[in-house]
Design a protein around this ligand. Structure first.
Ligand code: BDR
Ligand code: CA
Length: 332
């Protein structure tokens, strides 16, 4: 699906990608969130990506808090020209569930972030996604989702033509063996499983960057050392966020180093050699007795010819942290 060079045909769908000689235009739908903040930084700091806008969705914290966080991260990166559109405040059917134990009361605990100076952009996140995709050439826009899939599902239902128009949808969520919020489910899918089901049942090409991949993206001492050497306001803020994330992941999930999930989606778009994938059908469990929110991935044998989904399997850890470090340095 993803390619970092020139025009290509997607493996899963036969759909023609727009030229990749220029930076890839993306919309990042997110819920910052420590690792969402890292995804914003990587998208802004790598020349292969053109971040057209940030859309927000209630997830790690309330949509008001995480929308403010997105704007603060853009200020920190001196990129408040990127619009932030606020989206859904709650899942389609379920009650709001936030991840304060991982991201704190603010959603970005661990550092004092600068106040945003640019207001929230007018227009709902879902309208921004639809309008941007419909105004662009077919195959031009890539959607990246690193929060619950509420906005993406609503966009697909309100304007079904976007399904045939995007280049690709890259989702941080789910896992084929790993789970984190319940024994069977990853947080983003668990929060809004009905939205996830809508999204995965549409025919657009989806790359699922799930926990099996992101649990390899550990912020090790060595990875952090390279960032510390940058010695800028941004690198210090990043390390402050990682320090909080480290404690939270140790206390809650017994990780020695925290997994930095969300920027793996951007790394995949920048260089697919850093995030290896495998084509496979994915189904979303919405009413299991113990398994609601599970992503059921069929890894038996060859994938069917017409499969439209692939799952990320293997991360080049050093390559991933090289990209993160370069992005922070570029924005510093
Ligand atoms: C996902 O859940 C959130 O807490 C993180 O930001 C990430 O998107 C990991 O399960
Ligand atoms: Ca997230």
């Amino acid at each position: 699906m993803s390619t970092s060079t020139t025009t290509s045909t997607t493996a899963a769908t036969g759909r023609v990608d727009a030229s990749r000689a220029r930076p890839r235009p993306i919309i990042l739908d997110c819920d910052p969130g420590h690792d969402d903040a890292a995804a914003i930084i990587l998208a802004l700091g790598n020349p292969a990506i053109d971040l057209l806008g940030v859309t927000t969705v209630g997830g790690n914290q309330t949509v008001e808090k995480i929308t403010r966080n997105a704007r603060s991260v853009l200020r920190l990166c001196n990129r408040e020209d990127v619009p932030v559109h606020q989206g859904a405040s709650r899942p389609l059917l379920h009650d709001v569930e936030v991840a304060a134990q991982i991201h704190g009361e603010s959603g970005l605990d661990g550092v004092e972030l600068p106040d945003p100076t640019v207001p929230v952009a007018p227009g709902h996140a879902v309208s921004f996604i639809i309008d941007t995709v419909m105004a662009a050439a077919p195959g031009e826009i890539t959607l990246v989702a690193t929060g619950p899939l509420t906005n993406i599902a609503l966009a697909a239902r309100i304007e079904p033509r976007i399904v045939g128009r995007i280049a690709e949808l890259v989702v941080m969520g789910g896992g084929f063996h790993e789970a984190n919020w319940t024994p069977a489910a990853e947080f983003n899918i668990w929060v809004d499983p009905e939205a996830a089901r809508i999204v995965f049942e549409e025919s657009w090409p989806i790359t699922m960057v799930g926990l099996d991949l992101t649990h390899q993206a550990l912020a090790t001492a060595e990875a952090e050392e390279g960032i510390r050497r940058i010695g800028s306001e941004l690198s210090e803020a990043f390390l402050g966020l990682m320090a909080f994330f480290r404690r939270a992941y140790k206390e809650n999930q017994d990780f020695d180093d925290p997994p930095v999930h969300d920027p793996c989606t951007i790394a995949y778009l920048i260089d697919p050699a850093i995030v290896r994938t495998r084509r496979a059908p994915v189904r979303i469990e919405t009413h299991g007795q113990y398994t609601t929110g599970a992503t059921v991935v069929d890894l038996r044998g060859q994938a069917p010819e017409d499969v439209h989904t692939q799952v990320a399997t293997e991360l080049d850890h050093a390559g991933f942290w090289r990209l993160m470090t370069e992005a922070i340095a570029a924005l510093s």
